[in-house]
Write a new protein. Sequence first.
Length: 193
Amino acid sequence: MPTVHDKMTLRQSAKRIRMGAYEMYGLDAAERAAQHGMGLFSSFERHAVIGAYLPMQDELDCRLLMHSLTRAGYRTALPVVTAKATPLSFRLWAMGDPLEAGPFGTQHPVPDAPEVVPNALIVPLLAYDADCYRLGWGGGYYDRTLAAHSEIKAFGFAFGAQIVDHVPREAHDWPLQGVITEEGVILPRKQAV
């Protein structure tokens, strides 16, 4: 059973790795990952809702992918934190739509933007492993969201360098269906052919 210390130690190391990858590959990696993401989402029905995020600090920027998805006919949405220890809600949002400040330094769509349940999520992370378990910031918002909506397919969006040997897992942790990187789409080891 992983300890809080195991995850804290891995978070510190993962932050340094992600910062280095961002400084070295930033925009180029975001462009290449967006191309791989478009290939992945081409199997989704047009007009599907894809939930994403606005990058903070040195997270891989998925706005290019969001813009490409919108141009291809998909609808995009951003998360809204409604209360501590609850699932995220999502509101439709496209480039140029208004935003307002949220908790933890986030920005989210304004209250009159329609609330939706996404068909798929693009999620940020600090680290991931070959089984596509992710290490996030520790708030548990995405895990609670996936527990509440198990039909949502969730994909990480990260630098290839963010892979680690093993992400400590607890009973509430949910694996991703894959991780989109600048190197391609990583599928869980047990599903990879």
